[in-house]
Design a protein around this ligand. Sequence first.
Ligand SMILES: Cc1ncc(COP(=O)(O)O)c(C=O)c1O
Length: 486
Amino acid sequence: MTHAALHVGEDRSNPIRSECARVEPRCLRTFTASQAVLAASAGSFHWTPEGRRLLDLTSGVLVANLGHNPCGWMSRFSRAMQWPANVGCMDSSPCSKECASPCKGFFRAAPMTAYNAITPIEVRATRMLLETVRSCPGGSRLDQVLWAASGSEAVVKALWAGMALDRNRDMILATRHGFHGKKGLAGAVTGSEHDRERDPRVRFIGFPMHECRDLSMRDQPFDPSPYRAELDALWRQFGMRLGMLITEPYLGGGGSYHPYASYLRMVQQFCREHDIVFILDEVQANFGRTGKLFAYESYGLEPDIVVLGKGLGNGVPVAAAVGRSDLFSAMDYGEGSDTWSANPLNAAAVLATLEEFKCGNVIGDMHKSSRIIESGLNKLRSIPFVAHVRGEKDGMVWGIEMCDYGGKTGPEWANALVGAAYKGVNNEGLHILGPLARKVLRVSPPLVITEAEAQQGMDLLHQIAETLVVEHVDGKNPRPLVSGSR
Ligand SMILES: Cc1ncc(COP(=O)(O)O)c(C=O)c1O
């Protein structure tokens, strides 16, 4: 745990420092003796919670070149984002200069960057994130937050933490065809042993794909023992060098394969038996996609570290590894720090997301639309170029796998459907991304899609797919195909 540097007479800052030391690991920051708490900023100044003014000789860490909270920048920013008028020019007081349009002054508010300092908003976000993850069944091991700015960065930090406790146990097991990002260690645990630039510390293990290839197989019996045998063989070969295991709850980028819970529980059990750190990468599964707030609840798991991202900031780039404090504490000052992690902008986005989920019934309402989409996608299986549909029960993520048909390959049909969906019918189209694993289209609308919108979307998708078949049979083929994959 970070040692909180408590300053005499700072009765507001000190509790924030103490809480920060408890909920965030020291590695998130490089060592800064002051542990300044920054409550507000404007221009070249910060104010502490006690109201003391500090001239900023850091600019965050060379970030706030235009000063803190510049009105002009904020107006331009909100105009560029097409936000409602005056959102950026709040005229909040006291403004250090006159705040007329075009703005030249600064307004006093939470800084947008605060490297190595502590902001109350960051501590609030950390506290609320911990309360949220721990209140869900399976979250009991999640004690601290290591912030990051992207999913892959959070994956890397999770793996570093997994390694820190015993640096001799540096080997990582990763589920084959998983996707954890493209850079560094996140890239190293992505894909399979057949990809380029493999890291010798990584060994890939099987993930049930064939057994989970279609929604119709969801309730069938599943025997995880061959997968367990593979893990046991790796343990016999590498023993105590195996220190971490990382998996997604479902294979997202690998083609939307949603496993039996018994598979993931077996994997977790293996980790427990050998004291291997179990890391669940929920970067895309988090916040409702699997039907519950977190996938560890949906699948009955209790990870040592869960990696969160994507929906965590609802569009603001923020991610986090949340996990056991003994793992994070094994990392030293600065090992997990960088310019953007834990900045107040990220924290505000996280707070807004968590509060929206807490106050509303986003997930409960989503279940109704989920059933409509699943039934619509199920019907799509009558289309001859659709091989399989897979997805999360009561969740909001599916994959439609295409097959070869009528002289065209599955990938060609996948791209044709994306193009035709975009063109749509009567000015109404559908936005779908290019295929995963070359021939799997992902369906993952916002959780707040209404039942009517869901039904409309499925009807349109069906109509477009049927038209493609008819056009093909008629020998027309007027739509250009675009090739490409992830
Ligand atoms: C499961 C999973 N982990 C990690 C990542 C990487 O996240 P980012 O693109 O934010 O680095 C992704 C991105 O798609 C993902 O789906």
